[in-house]
Design a protein around this ligand. Structure first.
Ligand SMILES: O=C(O)CCC(=O)C(=O)O
Ligand SMILES: [Fe+2]
Length: 349
């Protein structure tokens, strides 16, 4: 089965089996998603109020909401972000058009590396695979883009992705600065941790219809390695769930044209645990396919990752050891494919 899998995308498998997952996708009983979770209310932050308001009270109130959201959930839904709905529709359209092309066309961008088109690579025997195909591309810095992996079809793909990442980048910088301010750090603390102008990748996620969503995961429980991740989720199909201590898994509801912004492990380490890197997963749907787009914003992999000095002190013990950025990423990738292991836990002091 594993050899066969290596040559097939989840999309083909789903088409061949009418959505029925083969054995290598079936989660252990304790890890199965089940069904009937409550939809929760996720903190909603108005980036317009946070970043542009001239009224100091409005700004302060939004900052307080953001601080509490990062400290408890580690994520929020972002409205008032100023990215036009037209562009968000277009980015979702190019994703659909790309994945709906014949396999032959998509395979031009296939790689077994992280970047490019593909699905879970098989890292060890007995690995349980995610019900997802993906297209993973570096967008920042611009001179490091591997443009041969940027699809020719649909024809608007490159232009739309370029516009999306160009428009999102300053928003990301503003959010990182706001987080630094509310932690009492220098405004550029997190933006300065990045290489040159910042490193960002996007991943177009495609979850084909699956006839047994109770048995498989679209993306297994994980945290992101990032400073922050900006997700533009499917506007019609839910799937993202967050794990909350003492509560369990909760669904993230669809809020039209809102981004979901979550902290990653780099942020949890640098903020000495004040910002949480939430465990999340994606479940599949028996009726509908689902698309999402994640932008992963990373601190410089060449640098050491450690809690900010100003966030360690009396009553605030240092929670994480210093670790090299690249080593952390590499351990994460291994742990991720194994599932159930949080790299962050091994960094605790
Ligand atoms: O599909 C989603 O809503 C979330 C995707 C995600 O968690 C990821 O790509 O890391
Ligand atoms: Fe994620």
């Amino acid at each position: 089965m594993e050899d066969k899998m290596a040559n097939m995308r989840v999309q083909e498998l789903s088409e061949n089996t009418n959505g029925f997952p083969s054995e290598c996708f079936i989660q252990k009983e304790s890890d199965r998603p089940g069904s009937n979770l409550a939809i929760s209310t996720i903190p909603v932050i108005d980036l317009g109020n946070l970043l542009n308001s001239n009224d100091p009270e409005v700004k302060a109130e939004e900052e307080l909401k953001l601080k509490s959201a990062l400290n408890t959930w580690g994520l929020f839904q972002a409205v008032g972000h100023g990215i036009p709905n037209r562009l968000l529709d277009e980015i979702q359209d190019i994703s659909k058009s790309f994945f709906h092309q014949p396999m032959e066309e998509k395979m031009k961008y296939f790689t077994t590396e992280l970047e490019g088109y593909g699905n879970d690579k098989i890292a060890f025997e007995g690995q349980i695979l995610d019900w997802m195909d993906r297209l993973y591309l570096q967008v920042e810095p611009e001179n490091e883009r591997k443009t041969r992996l940027w699809p020719e079809g649909p024809t608007s793909f490159k232009e739309t992705l370029n516009e999306y990442s160009t428009q999102l980048k300053p928003k990301v910088d503003h959010v990182l600065k706001a987080i630094a301010r509310l932690l009492g750090l220098e405004e550029c603390y997190f933006t300065d941790q990045r290489k040159d102008n910042g490193t960002a990748f996007v991943r177009f996620n495609y979850f084909p219809r699956c006839s047994r969503p109770d048995l498989v995961t679209g993306i297994k429980p994980h945290t992101d390695v990032t400073e922050i991740t900006v997700i533009f989720p499917d506007q019609n199909v839910e799937g993202l769930q967050i794990y909350r201590d003492k509560v369990g898994w909760v669904k993230v509801p669809i809020l039209p044209y809102a981004f979901i912004i979550n902290c990653g492990d780099q942020m949890e380490i640098m903020s000495n645990g004040q910002c949480k890197s939430p465990v999340h997963r994606v479940v599949t749907n028996s009726e509908k396919e689902r698309f999402s787009l994640a932008m992963f914003v990373y601190a410089d992999f060449d640098k050491d990752l450690e809690p900010a000095n100003n966030l360690i002190g009396e009553g605030r013990p240092r929670l994480y050891k210093t670790v090299n950025g690249l080593e952390y990423f590499e351990s994460f990738v291994k742990d991720y494919y194994k599932g159930g292991v949080r790299t962050l836990d091994s960094m605790k002091t």
